[in-house]
Design a protein around this ligand. Structure first.
Ligand code: ZN
Length: 293
């Protein structure tokens, strides 16, 4: 009888062991503040990470209200990836609630920020060269948090960085093919400053770098005037903005309405911009369609 109970105890101890021996085989729980960052994380981390995204597809991070479920995700995560540059105004409260300060990784660290309206323009990912910097920062953070899988992160990041280099060249040549007098356009909020600076388009927008403030009647009148005077080629919708604003701008300025650009969020998985690469390709297709000869 006694021998049996020892045997039982030994088996019990053995049964416990695998769980203790392989804790690092479980995917690393990480949080991304918004969908574009979530895609970068999946590209670099693959199956080795479990990504929770706070601000999902087609949603506006500027005016987001975190939920108790978000606080839970943040407190369970090994690392919390954010854009920084003032994009996530709601972040500090969330991080304080989840006691997560030490695990915050600013994905845009090291880029050269653009200034606009007396602040920083947060939309740095719209320049693919900056996107590459985000990916390098993500790779380095994953490697140091999970050194056992460093080689995997290194290899996946290298492959993805090469894809982004090709993407950057594609955009340069697509925009170069648009006649220079047709490169001035209207969008609804100022999300394309980095895109404009790198690829040579000019965007004007009634809303500033954040969508927090509704554009005033005066802002809208100013844009309509500018659109007429400066012979703007098209007014574009944005996936995170109310389409009525762009429709009104197009109608009142007499400028044609272009397609929908993805600025601050990806589309849902079955949409045209389910990943960062698809998003940038979709945007250049829409721009080329509306502005090309
Ligand atoms: Zn924005």
């Amino acid at each position: 009888m006694r021998r049996l109970s020892w045997l039982f105890l030994a088996m019990f101890a053995l049964a416990l062991q695998p769980a203790r021996a392989e804790p690092l085989r479980a995917p690393l729980p990480v949080v991304a503040s918004f969908s574009i960052l979530g895609d970068f994380l999946r590209q670099v981390g693959g199956d080795a990470v479990r990504v929770s995204v706070l601000v999902g597809p087609d949603s506006d991070a500027h005016v987001y209200e975190p939920t108790p479920a978000d606080a839970r995700k943040v407190s369970e995560a090994k690392l919390v990836f954010v854009n920084g540059l003032g994009f996530e105004g709601w972040l500090d409260r969330l991080v304080a609630a989840a006691d997560a300060k030490s695990r915050i990784i600013v994905a845009s660290a090291g880029i050269t920020p653009l200034k606009l309206d007396g602040g920083l323009d947060p939309h740095a990912w719209q320049d693919v060269a900056n996107g590459r910097r985000y990916v390098e920062n993500i790779r380095d953070a994953l490697k140091s948090a999970d050194p056992e899988r460093a080689a995997l992160y290194e290899a996946k990041a290298a492959a993805y960085l090469a894809t982004l280099e090709t993407l950057d060249k594609e955009i340069v040549s697509a925009i170069a093919a648009i006649p220079s007098q047709r490169r001035r356009i209207v969008s609804t909020h100022d999300a394309f400053g980095y895109f404009a600076a790198r690829y040579g388009l000019e965007f004007i927008a009634p809303q500033g770098v954040s969508t927090e403030a509704e554009p005033s009647a005066r802002d809208i009148a100013r844009i309509i005037d500018a659109a007429r005077r400066e012979k703007v080629a098209a007014v574009f919708l944005e996936n995170i903005s109310d389409p009525r604003l762009a429709q009104r701008l197009a109608k009142e300025s007499g400028v044609r309405l272009g397609g929908e650009l993805y600025s601050d969020a990806l589309s849902k998985p079955d949409g045209p911009a389910a990943s960062y690469v698809e998003m940038m390709r979709h945007n250049i297709e829409e721009l080329t369609k509306a502005l090309g000869r």
